[in-house]
Design a protein around this ligand. Structure first.
Ligand SMILES: [Fe+2]
Length: 612
């Protein structure tokens, strides 16, 4: 939806009386647009179960039995399931509003105090051009500050990356997509255009009082943690220098080393990759430890894991063929091929504390993983090993558009073209045991499938990272054990494999994003159970363009509260929780905002002037 140019300058100028909206009270605000005072309409309650906002409902059972049918490849019928395919496709649409408002919700728990940040691809339209892959959208960060007083301060903003600003000012696509979307004009316009846009769309972390939007193909972007304004690229305290530096989108915080942030930076090497592992102090960006290793061959290291002894990488059997990318024939992601029948999967254990200790390579059965759950050293007995839990797949699938299957022109988005039944590999929770004691003969890692549900986006209580643990929370397929859109949230016992609890959004149109664990606010020095806290997830309904934050009890995934937004957020990727609380500040439009608005006709930047 493009807004009329007259809507470019929108300011929230006040707040009206509280209104009750199906059990949830929200602040009604007025929007002033180009000299006209207009009441911002509150979205009406809907029928049909699409958006149940009553805090009375139980999310533990799916009360809607309307069946959605998968639109699959011609001639193939997939099983009926309780989700609406079109709503899922539309949930990967554009975010058109930047907002900031406070919601009053009496049901909010008072022992949940802090801020949830979430990042995700949120703008897929550049002029008349649509980006075709769900990971190719410009990043936008949403923030929910819960103050323990029954209020939530919500705000969302696009990350003003260099590429984002250039394209919005130009009004057309300037960069080749990474996975599916070439520049218009064929080979002539794509050949030798190698620069990729830093989308800043994958993850967001809060570390050393700084908020960073992460994208593994470039530098982090620093944002103001209160207003989400973009401050610029951040070189991690001067650590990342040189041409085309990058930082992983999945750094991890080590709770046993006073909250160190552990991540890595990589760059292409003559015959492989040079990877530099970095550990930063919790209170600043002082580099506590670093180690550089060279890895033979190609690596697609979206995530990694740490124990107290090792950095762990899973090197899948992949090759990258650069020539089609250089010549403008394919996007770089399309130049990656799966070589599972000719190459092994290798697990690489890089000692953390001994720079001279060699990298340990352990062969594994053929597999890969986007995301790891947790890892820890198991060196108490003769069977010295590392335990690594992962959402494991048997092969890599990066999404395809229809052109690559039947030769049609590439105009269909990946979310519209994907066939879950034939294309998407099963992804489930596996436990891997990696031997770490040198011995005779070739040592191999052993895998065991812990739970058969199709899942991804795993999270554990952050205080249990690098240690034996029990509970993992994951996004789960609408089709249970079959590959399908992630819709539900499950809690699994990582030792027994039992699914302990499930939360399903109450309608077929709603899809839950990554679960984030937020510990309950407790008295200092008081012990808490591993699952004593809350699970937070942003739920998107693409068909009705509605979004809410769901708050679940981490012990049983029972619904605690929903926070309905007036802003549509598309399906996101990763987020983080911090105990930091930020106060809404009076905000005026900046010179940069006004400058951007000269060519801005797609986003309603509703910047608040007054609060409460
Ligand atoms: Fe990820």
């Amino acid at each position: 939806m493009n807004l009329h140019p007259a809507d470019k300058t929108a300011f929230v100028v006040g707040n009206g009386a509280l209104r009750h909206w199906k059990g949830a009270s929200v602040n009604a605000t007025a929007t002033f647009q180009c000299g006209r005072l207009k009441r911002r309409s509150l979205r009406p309650a809907r029928s049909g179960g699409a958006t149940h906002l009553s805090s009375q409902e139980s999310g533990a059972t799916n009360t809607v039995r309307e069946q959605g049918q998968l639109t699959s490849a011609p001639g193939k019928t997939q099983s009926l399931s309780a989700f609406d395919r079109r709503s899922w496709e539309l949930a990967h649409g554009d975010m058109n509003e930047e907002d900031s408002y406070v919601l009053d919700l009496p049901d909010l728990p008072h022992d949940l105090v802090g801020t949830l940040y979430r990042n995700g691809p949120s703008k897929f339209t550049i002029g008349s051009r649509r980006m075709l892959h769900p990971w190719e959208g410009d990043g936008a960060v949403a923030a929910f500050t819960l103050r323990g007083d029954g209020t939530v301060w919500f705000r969302n903003r696009f990350v003003r990356t260099e590429g984002y600003l250039k394209e919005r000012r130009a009004g057309y696509q300037l960069y080749r997509g990474t996975f599916a979307t070439p520049l218009p004009g064929g080979i002539l316009t794509n050949a030798f255009r190698l620069e990729q846009k830093n989308l800043a769309n994958t993850n967001v972390i809060y570390h050393a009082n700084q908020l960073l939007a992460l994208y593994e193909g470039g530098l982090p972007y620093e944002l103001r943690p209160d207003t989400l304004e973009t401050k610029g690229v951040f070189r991690l305290g001067g650590t990342l220098t040189g041409p085309m530096p990058m930082f992983t989108a999945h750094p991890h915080v080590d709770p046993l080393r006073r909250g160190r942030l552990v991540g890595f930076s990589s760059r292409m090497h003559l015959n492989g990759l040079r990877i530099r592992f970095l550990e930063f102090a919790s209170e600043n960006w002082k580099l506590c430890s670093e180690r550089t290793v060279d890895i033979d061959g190609f690596g697609f290291f979206h995530d990694f894991m740490i124990t107290q002894r090792y950095y762990i990488l899973l090197q899948a059997p992949l090759r990258f063929h650069p020539l089609p990318f250089v010549l403008g024939l394919k996007c770089p992601g399309e130049c990656i091929t799966w070589e599972g029948d000719r190459m092994p999967t290798r697990l690489l254990l890089i000692p953390r504390d001994d720079p001279g200790a060699p990298v340990r390579e352990v062969l594994s059965e053929t597999c890969t993983a986007f995301h790891f759950v947790n890892a820890y050293d198991d060196d108490d007995d003769d069977d010295d090993a590392v335990v690594l839990d992962a959402c494991r797949m048997d092969r890599l699938f990066l999404g395809e558009t229809r052109r690559h299957r039947n030769g049609l022109s590439r105009t269909q988005r990946v979310v519209e073209a994907v066939d879950f039944g034939t294309q998407v590999p099963k992804c489930s929770l596996w436990r891997c045991r990696i031997p770490t004691r040198s011995g005779s003969g070739t040592q191999r890692a052993t895998w065991r499938e812990v739970n058969t549900t199709h899942v991804d986006f795993p999270v554990v209580n952050p205080s249990r990272l690098t240690q034996p643990y029990r509970y993992v929370y994951m996004g789960a397929s609408a089709l249970g054990t079959e590959p399908g859109p992630l819709k539900n949230i499950i809690k699994v016992d990582a030792d027994t494999g039992q699914t302990l609890a499930t939360w399903q959004p109450p309608s077929v149109y709603e899809f839950a994003g990554e679960p984030v664990f937020a510990p309950r606010l407790i008295e200092p020095d008081k012990e808490s159970a591993e699952d004593d806290g809350y699970i937070l997830s942003v739920v998107s309904d693409g068909l009705h363009r509605s979004t809410y934050l769901v708050i679940l009890d981490a012990s049983d995934l029972k619904l605690v509260c929903k926070v309905p937004l007036r802003t549509f957020l598309p399906m996101g990727l990763h987020g983080t929780w911090t105990a930091q609380v930020f106060q809404p500040q009076p905000k005026r439009r900046t010179v940069q905002d006004l400058f951007e608005s000269k060519n801005w006709n797609e986003v309603d930047s509703s910047l608040p002037l007054f609060r409460f």
